[in-house]
Design a protein around this ligand. Structure first.
Ligand SMILES: CC(=O)N[C@H]1[C@@H](OP(=O)(O)OP(=O)(O)OC[C@H]2O[C@@H](n3ccc(=O)[nH]c3=O)[C@H](O)[C@@H]2O)O[C@H](CO)[C@@H](O)[C@@H]1O[C@H](C)C(=O)N[C@@H](C)C(=O)N[C@H](CCC(=O)O)C(=O)O
Ligand SMILES: Nc1ncnc2c1ncn2[C@@H]1O[C@H](COP(=O)(O)OP(=O)(O)OP(=O)(O)O)[C@@H](O)[C@H]1O
Ligand SMILES: N[C@H](CCC[C@H](N)C(=O)O)C(=O)O
Ligand SMILES: [Mg+2]
Length: 494
């Protein structure tokens, strides 16, 4: 991408109550939110974070060459030659500034956002694959990876910050994309990462327990997700799962055209599961029968929302269903790995109580009879602690055996996390539950004890290829460890 030079007066449209101290003709060549990365000629945005207040780095930023500062409060002394853009909310203003800096790429793209506790990556990835199959050039912004057609750009967040986001959208536009599908996390709405973007549509999957460490209350969490629909324009569609009891709340105040999907009741897009097995799912969608490679009731919802979004964007039902029936699940979402003697390994990113319950219920539904279901699960450190006992309880109630282990402990003591999980184990399930903090050992133990036809679920890390311990990301891939364990004990089927 060519280097950009823009005067600050061209960046402030859309921002209410802005005061520029100094020249509004100062030209900036970058927008930077971290003083440790300042480049000469850049605009530094002082953000109030969860750990520190970025305002304390304003002088450091100008020392290092920043020529403009976007802030809520001015520093004690204003520097000669530096312009200060004072606003009520830096994070919100940054959304508009970033969009203007990159020439508002979202306005020239068909941009669809997906929000909800679970299913965002799945739905965004299915949409990306579907629209490519329909012949469009597409971009994807997701937890697993960002993508421009076949080019993979590693992702650091589910939804990048406003600067990274607009930069990626501009690059997608430059590379000829017409459609972009992105995840909209609740953090990103609350922190204004998506402010200033123009969406062609928004999808709501569901809302259940997660991220209360950040939002504090479930009400705030709902409000954050609803904020996405509140800001959709009239020209957009708002597609909601009305089987989720918060579905109607999400679109209460939206200006967008409301459409619904459901497996249970009358809706714009109605689906019914006719059969669901380990090899595929047969559904009826708006009276048309279709066979999918992807399985599980939760994926029936995901596919239905993708179908609805495609129709809302003007695509033809039959072409959409034909293309959808050929899609595979994204990496680490119900990814199956079988041993030569037919042990079924499933690696899944279920890291919330609801996702875990859905996946285990899907497994229960797919069982033939006496197979054991061995679940290996842990919970991430420095994240919502309330979900820990809940996830352990769900695992115990829906599995024959459970091995509680570590996820990404981050800066917490793994044993503390496991002790909190143990509080959720029902007394009658103690004898079928073990604790093995080392995830590698836990997977090997499960495989050593499994018999042909048994199902091993490894939950929580899905596509992740690392384990974060005290800020160090050690190589770790559940799928690879499972394959090794199969080769060690049972050999592996290709
Ligand atoms: C909780 C959260 O959202 N944190 C994000 C937040 O960091 P923070 O609030 O801790 O920032 P801070 O350290 O307090 O610093 C405040 C400001 O001062 C700046 N600073 C700081 C130090 C310094 O020396 N100089 C300086 O300028 C920082 O760059 C920042 O702009 O702002 C940072 C910059 O945008 C993000 O990278 C960071 O994401 C962290 C890494 C993170 O783990 N976020 C997760 C929780 C997250 O966002 N997850 C969601 C949803 C996940 C999902 O459900 O899929 C996601 O969208 O990924
Ligand atoms: N529609 C759904 N409803 C409930 N659970 C789902 C749904 N889709 C997927 N899941 C479960 O949730 C897990 C995570 O799915 P996915 O990665 O698509 O969600 P996400 O919303 O992107 O998660 P994150 O918040 O981490 O980005 C899956 O591995 C599966 O277990
Ligand atoms: N996007 C989620 C991912 C959680 C994945 C799980 N493996 C963990 O590390 O807790 C989060 O940041 O809360
Ligand atoms: Mg995701």
């Amino acid at each position: 991408m060519e280097s950009i030079q823009k005067p600050i007066h061209s960046l402030v449209s859309g921002i209410a109550d802005v005061v520029i101290h100094g020249s509004d003709n100062v030209v900036v060549n970058k927008i930077i939110i971290d003083s440790r990365r300042i480049m000469p000629g850049s605009l530094f945005v002082a953000l109030r974070g969860t750990q520190v207040d970025g305002h304390q780095f304003m002088d450091t930023a100008t020392d290092l060459g920043a020529v403009a500062i976007l802030c809520e409060e001015l520093p004690k002394t204003l520097r000669e030659g530096v312009s200060y853009i004072q606003v009520i909310d830096s994070a919100e203003a940054m959304g508009y500034v970033a969009a203007s800096f990159y020439d508002k790429p979202s306005k020239k793209l068909t941009l669809v956002g997906v929000t909800g506790t679970n299913g965002k990556t799945s739905v965004a990835t299915f949409l990306f694959q579907l629209f490519r199959a329909l012949g469009y050039r597409c971009g994807l912004l997701s937890t697993v990876q960002n993508q421009i057609e076949d080019e993979v750009i590693p992702s650091t967040h589910t939804t990048p910050d406003a600067v990274a986001l607009n930069q990626l959208l501009a690059l997608m536009l430059e590379k000829g994309c017409s459609h972009v599908f992105m995840e909209v996390s609740s953090h990103s709405v609350a922190q204004h990462r998506i402010t200033g973007l123009k969406f062609a549509g928004g999808i709501f999957t569901n809302i259940t327990h997660d991220h209360l460490d950040f939002h504090k209350t479930f009400d705030n969490y709902i409000k954050a997700k609803k904020g996405f629909f509140d800001q959709l324009p009239k020209s957009a569609f708002a597609l909601v799962n009305i089987d989720d009891r918060r579905g109607s709340v999400m679109v209460q105040n939206t200006k967008a055209r409301i459409e619904t999907y459901s497996l249970q009741t009358v809706a714009t897009y109605h689906g019914k599961i006719l059969s669901d097995t380990l090899t595929g799912m047969h559904m009826e969608i708006n009276n048309q029968e279709v066979w999918f490679r992807v399985i599980g009731r939760f994926n029936a919802y995901n596919l239905l929302s993708v179908y609805g979004a495609a129709l809302a964007l003007g695509e033809m039902p039959e072409e959409v269903l034909t293309a959808l029936s050929n899609l595979n699940s994204p990496p680490g979402r119900f990814e199956q790995i079988h041993s030569a003697d037919n042990i079924v390994g499933i690696v899944d990113y279920a890291h919330t109580p609801d996702a875990l319950e859905n996946v285990l219920q899907t497994i229960a539904h797919l069982r033939h009879g006496n197979e054991q279901v061995i679940t290996i699960v842990g919970c991430g450190g420095n994240r919502d602690a309330e979900k820990r006992p809940k996830m352990a309880e769900i695992a115990c109630n829906l599995s024959t055996r459970v091995i509680l282990t570590s996820d990404n402990p981050r800066y917490e003591d793994p044993q503390d996390i496991l002790d909190q999980m143990l509080k959720g184990v029902p007394p009658l399930k103690y004898k079928n539950t073990s604790v093995i903090p080392d995830r590698h050992e836990a997977i090997f133990k499960a495989v050593a004890e499994a018999n042909p036809e048994d199902i091993i679920l490894i939950a929580g890390k899905g596509h992740e290829t690392y384990q974060d311990i005290r800020g160090v990301k050690h190589d770790f891939d559940d799928r690879q460890v499972l394959r090794e364990a199969f080769l060690n004990f049972h050999s592996q089927k290709e």
